[in-house]
Write a protein that binds this ligand. Structure first.
Ligand SMILES: Nc1ncnc2c1ncn2[C@@H]1O[C@H](COP(=O)(O)OP(=O)(O)O)[C@@H](O)[C@H]1O
Ligand SMILES: C[C@@](O)(CCOP(=O)(O)O)CC(=O)O
Length: 466
């Protein structure tokens, strides 16, 4: 007879975090220039199942990329991570990776997916590295056995911040497990909510460093706090200088019709950022003004957004403002082309929009493939947009319906959905169903934030408005 399984120790819960679109300032953001970015409605979801006390393993199950691996918790290199000079507390502000710790976890990360070709394994290893670095920093050898199951509706390596949203989910889940977060709850004071977002964001940045090398931090910041922000990394090094980035929420960020198109040309942000770094090193006098120029585009956009009522202004001034914003989009793309981070498929998207004469296009994210955004002129006919979309489809591009300015990190604790009108009809998120959900629509249908109007339970920390 089979032994009855013991009950889980903690309730199953779920966290979720959005992807993002960088509207202005990618790449230059790495060098301390300002960037404007907004959270989108595509999201990652992480289900956390705590197992019974008789289990002693931790499982990372990232179904979208085909990664499933189990480590014996006691066999992980705790002694190295727990040395007094290395040990970090959950409220530490870690701004760089520790090479010794990184070297220690590499063999454990490299245990994963040995059956796969090197190229596919690389993605698995980088996700495993981020997970292990965070798990060993925030958990303990006595942590309960857990299965972490991740699903995402964000295309991987497409410039929409998939890695940051995964890292925000991992950070939030691990911090919740060690009870290092308060809330979220509706009457939480804004200062307290901000503190929780920052705590999640800082550890998410540590995960991002494992995947991206030298990220600016804009992606994890937007994913953690949501909505739209102006982000500026502060240069480190000068005596007394702070390494805390400037983050200004942009509640007036306009809800303009933006088209998001994926080239389906995957690439790695790490490589793209490295390429720009090499270009900057080889041609400092040429590249520095380009990065400055991108920063100025962003400043000009900020000034425009702050002084224009995009929702309620008269038609004439609205039109002029959209034209201004569009021009800035075009200039920003031109700068990115000169940094060498465009791609023929991105240029094809821009070309099709330019031929139709209906808007302005730029790549978004690290480029080299990935996605482009197009802002349409206000007077464009629906029919013209439809024709353009058909051309995109015929040429193998993929269009996303998404909303800019989505919520940041959210929690479903316990992972149970209740019906709006009937609290008794609670439905627990089933791990197997979650794992098997078909594509982005299946994931959204099953657990999606706001995908079902009568589903309640998700709660979000909200950034303080300034
Ligand atoms: N759904 C996912 N499951 C597991 N890991 C993911 C997922 N999405 C992204 N990642 C991680 O993020 C990396 C992609 O990061 P990156 O190249 O910066 O692309 P993006 O622009 O989408 O963030 C992948 O190599 C992988 O390690
Ligand atoms: C190119 C960059 O500015 C944005 C990268 O975005 P993504 O990883 O392509 O989603 C790099 C960064 O800011 O860390």
């Amino acid at each position: 007879m089979r032994r009855k399984q013991s009950l889980p120790m903690a309730p199953t819960f779920m966290v979720s975090a959005p992807g993002k679109v960088i509207v202005f300032g990618e790449h230059a953001a790495v060098y301390g220039k300002p960037a404007i970015a907004a959270a989108i409605s595509l999201r990652s979801y992480l289900l956390v199942n705590t197992l019974s006390k008789s289990c002693h393993t931790v499982t990372l199950n990232m179904r979208d990329i085909g990664l499933a691996h189990t480590w014996d918790i006691a066999a992980l290199p705790w002694t190295v991570f727990n040395q007094p000079e290395k040990k970090k507390s959950f409220h530490s502000h870690v701004t760089s990776l520790d090479d010794d710790l990184l070297d220690t976890i590499i063999p454990y990360a490299e245990e994963v997916s040995k059956h796969l070709p090197q190229q596919d394994r690389k993605i698995h290893i980088s996700s495993a590295k981020a997970f292990l670095y965070l798990f060993l920093s925030l958990s303990s050898p006595h942590s309960p056995a857990v299965i972490y199951t991740l699903r995402s509706t964000i295309p991987v390596r497409a410039g929409l911040g998939s890695s940051a949203s995964v890292c925000v989910c991992l950070s939030a889940a691990l911090l919740l497990q060690i009870r290092a977060l308060a809330g979220p709850h509706p009457d939480q004071p804004p200062e307290e909510a901000e503190l929780q977002i920052e705590r999640i964001n800082r550890w998410a940045y540590v995960g991002e460093m494992c995947i991206q090398g030298n990220p600016s931090g804009v992606d994890n910041t937007v994913s953690a706090g949501g909505k739209a922000v102006l982000y500026q990394r502060q240069r480190q090094g000068a005596a007394g200088s702070s390494s805390t980035p400037l983050v200004t929420p942009l509640p007036r960020f306009p809800k303009l019709p933006l088209l998001l198109v994926n080239t389906r040309q995957g690439r790695s942000s790490l490589t793209q950022v490295e390429n720009v770094s090499v270009l900057r090193r080889n041609h400092p006098k040429v590249v520095e003004p380009i990065l400055e120029g991108i920063g100025e585009v962003c400043n000009s956009a900020l000034e425009l957004i702050s002084s224009t009522d995009f929702d309620g202004g008269d038609n004439g001034s609205m039109s002029a403002a959209v034209e201004h914003l569009g021009t800035l989009i075009r200039i920003n793309h031109g700068f990115l082309v000169s940094l060498g981070v465009s791609h023929p498929r991105l240029e094809r998207i821009r070309e099709l929009v330019d031929y139709a004469g209906i808007g302005w296009t730029k790549l978004t994210g690290a480029g080299g493939g990935g996605c482009a955004i197009t802002l349409f002129r206000p007077d464009v006919e629906e029919e013209t947009i439809r024709e353009l979309e058909q051309k995109f489809e015929a040429e193998g591009f993929e269009k996303y319906e998404t909303v800019l300015g989505a919520d940041g990190v959210g929690v479903l604790w316990p992972a149970v959905f209740r019906n709006e009108d009937d609290d008794r009809a609670a439905e627990e998120v089933d791990r197997e169903m979650f794992e098997k959900a078909e594509g982005p629509q299946g994931i959204d249908r099953l657990v999606g934030v706001g995908a079902q109007e009568n589903r309640k339970g998700w709660k979000f920390w909200t950034r303080m408005a300034v």
